[in-house]
Ligand binder design. Structure first.
Ligand code: C2E
Ligand code: MG
Ligand code: MG
Length: 604
């Protein structure tokens, strides 16, 4: 059986004349035509090969056109085929029924050729247009599907790029650890939690590598980087779940321990890390060691800002570092208060010189042979506008650390030299008296000390012989080589020199006899505890003998009682200074001493 012809027009009519006429005419007009004479045949043919259009006679025996049309419409294979009904003029065509069963048009007999062609062409056009719309729709759908896939791909790509950026923004590129930003966010989160659940505790540890700078400077930055990575990896192995390590920058790391029961939990983490870091690190061919100093803070709802935790951990870490390497220290709030007070003092100290808040007091130095005034020691005092009088023991160490001690010392020296010069002009004396000034020597290492001293002497007109410099024994021993240079220069100017607080600084005898020293000031701690037949007495006795041997004078500090004075005199101590004679005095009070002929009548 040949393949049924697809497409074309199917004519269904039981009247052979009609069939022939339509078939011939349509064929002549170029249509492909098939014809059948019954409804049953029409259904069979249409199922086998769908025509593009069916011309269907209504009135037929056995099965009329309406029923044929209904059946065509109920099958999925044929339901789309347009059906034009054919009816005789004298028949009453039930148009409503014709459309209800699925017909699209009708033609009445006898056929008007133009009308038939026009209606057929109309339906075929419509059908073609529908088909075209369908193809376009299908194409569009396909394109939409393609584009959707493409967009999904692009979105995923963009998401990946965004994730990468986010990762970069929150991580340290060297170690791959979370960075400071990430860490602070995380601390913010646990703080929120602490505020919601009052009993919730967490811990922040701040770790700073000891000796890292040494490795970096000696082996180079590349090795330094390697060491940081190795340290990070080793610390990670000490951490339990719920604990996160981040790199703050440089050689500083930080750890957040989520949900700790107590301080001991945090301490045991710190101890474990320090224990593990004791093993050496292999950097290429070098084996090197580093450990960390750790500051620990227990965090809870009392903290308001994440930064405050880091600040306190930092303060504790610095304390740990100050107490020696590879230690840890737990923060307590007194540490913060102390740090704040210290900071305030530093700031105020900066302004004190400009605001002329310093004054110099003068403590007499007395000859223990005859009670005569041999000189003064200039001692600085700070009149703080809010805190009142601050003793040098509290602010000199701060001034030394900040470097402010240099201008302060020079100011005191200028003041004291000027004062002595005034006294010399007012009171001619048989015995020349000296002015002793304290210097914090280590800060003059890079400064132009001698030129400054020369300026002061020239400015005030005081002779070098009248000036005496005091430097503490410990400061000299720390800078022994440099001190030798300074002392030579002082000697060249006839400026005298005493070692202050002698006996406390472990002087090496070999140095001592090299130095051109004029006096040893026996530290107050020996003098105040001096008693007959006791250890201190022997020490003082030894110092006096040493001074005598080296051709220096001994000056006893802190004489407070008559008994101390008597003992010192019996040991042959040359000079003395202390509350027994006088406290440090303001300049006008000190001036009174010049008028008294014998302020301290001693029985020697
Ligand atoms: P120093 O040079 O050993 O000064 C002696 C200290 O002992 C002074 O304390 C003085 O007031 C105190 N003193 C004297 N006699 C007695 C006594 O009988 N009993 C007691 N308890 N104390 C006595 P001050 O003025 O508080 O000075 C403390 C230290 O501060 C000084 O020790 C000195 O090292 C340093 N200092 C003072 N003024 C200056 C300065 O202008 N520059 C530098 N760099 N340091 C200074
Ligand atoms: Mg002194
Ligand atoms: Mg002293």
């Amino acid at each position: 059986m040949p393949d049924p012809v697809q497409g074309g027009i199917l004519i269904v009519d039981d009247t052979p004349n009609n069939l022939r006429f339509l078939s011939t005419t349509l064929t002549e007009h170029g249509y492909k035509v098939r014809s059948v004479t019954s409804g049953q045949m029409a259904l069979t043919v249409a199922q086998a090969a769908q025509p593009e259009l069916i011309l269907l006679d209504i009135k037929m025996p056995h099965m009329d056109g309406y029923e044929v049309c209904q059946r065509l419409k109920s099958s999925s294979r044929t339901q789309e085929i347009p059906v034009i009904f054919l009816s005789a003029l004298d028949e009453v065509i039930d148009k409503v029924k014709a459309f209800n069963v699925g017909g699209v048009d009708y033609i009445t007999k006898p056929f008007q050729l133009e009308e038939v062609l026009a209606r057929i062409e109309n339906q075929l056009d419509l059908r073609r247009a529908k088909a075209e719309v369908q193809t376009l729709n299908a194409e569009l759908e396909h394109r939409v599907r393609q584009r959707t896939i493409q967009l999904e791909h692009e979105i995923a790509e963009r998401q990946r790029a965004q994730d990468k950026l986010l990762h970069l923004a929150l991580h340290d590129s060297l170690t791959g650890l979370p960075n400071r930003t990430w860490f602070m966010k995380r601390v913010g989160q646990v703080l929120d939690r602490a505020r919601q659940h009052g009993s919730y505790l967490f811990a922040v540890l701040l770790l700073d590598c000891d000796r890292f700078k040494v490795v970096n400077d000696s082996l180079g930055h590349l090795a330094g980087d390697q060491l940081l990575v190795a340290v990070a990896r080793r610390i990670e192995t000490c951490l339990t779940p719920g604990t996160t390590l981040a790199r703050l920058g440089g050689d500083e790391f930080t750890i957040l321990i989520d949900d700790v029961a107590n301080l001991e939990d945090a301490i045991s983490v710190a101890e474990r890390i320090q224990q593990d870091l004791r093993m050496p690190f292999q950097l290429g061919q070098y084996e090197t060691f580093t450990n960390v100093s750790i500051g620990i803070v227990l965090g809870g709802k009392q903290y308001e800002q994440p930064e405050h935790l880091l600040r306190d951990a930092d303060a504790a870490m610095y304390q740990a570092k100050g107490e020696g390497k590879a230690g840890y220290r737990v923060f307590d709030s007194s540490l913060h208060k102390r740090a704040m007070a210290r900071l305030e003092l530093e700031t105020d100290l900066q302004r004190a010189l400009d605001r002329q808040e310093f004054v110099v007091h003068y403590q007499p130095i007395v000859s223990l042979h005859d009670g005569s005034l041999s000189g003064f020691e200039a001692l600085v005092r700070w009149h703080h506008p809010r805190l009142g009088m601050i003793p040098p023991s509290q602010f000199v160490p701060v001034a030394e650390e900040t470097g402010l001690v240099v201008p302060i010392d020079l100011w005191v020296m200028r003041q004291a030299c000027h004062q002595l010069r005034l006294w010399q002009e007012n009171w001619e004396r048989s015995h020349p008296i000296t002015m002793a000034v304290n210097l914090s020597v280590q800060h003059f290492i890079h400064a132009n000390l001698m030129a400054e001293i020369d300026d002061i002497l020239t400015e005030t007109g005081l002779s070098g012989r009248s000036l005496r410099i005091e430097i503490t024994e410990s400061a000299i021993m720390k800078n022994a080589e440099f001190a030798t240079v300074i002392l030579e220069q002082l000697k060249a100017r006839q400026i005298q020199f005493s070692i202050d607080d002698f006996g406390t600084g472990y002087s090496s005898l070999s140095y001592l006899h090299q130095f051109p020293v004029d006096g040893l000031k026996i530290d107050r701690s020996f003098v105040s505890n001096i008693q007959a037949r006791d250890q201190n007495l022997k020490i003082v006795q030894t110092i006096i003998a040493l001074a005598d041997t080296l051709n220096m004078s001994a000056i006893a500090e802190g004489i407070e009682t008559h008994q101390q004075l008597a003992l010192l005199q019996s040991l042959g101590c040359e000079y003395g200074q202390g509350f027994y004679f006088s406290k440090p005095l303001a300049a006008d009070e000190a001036a009174d001493l010049f008028q008294a002929p014998q302020p301290w009548p001693l029985s020697s």
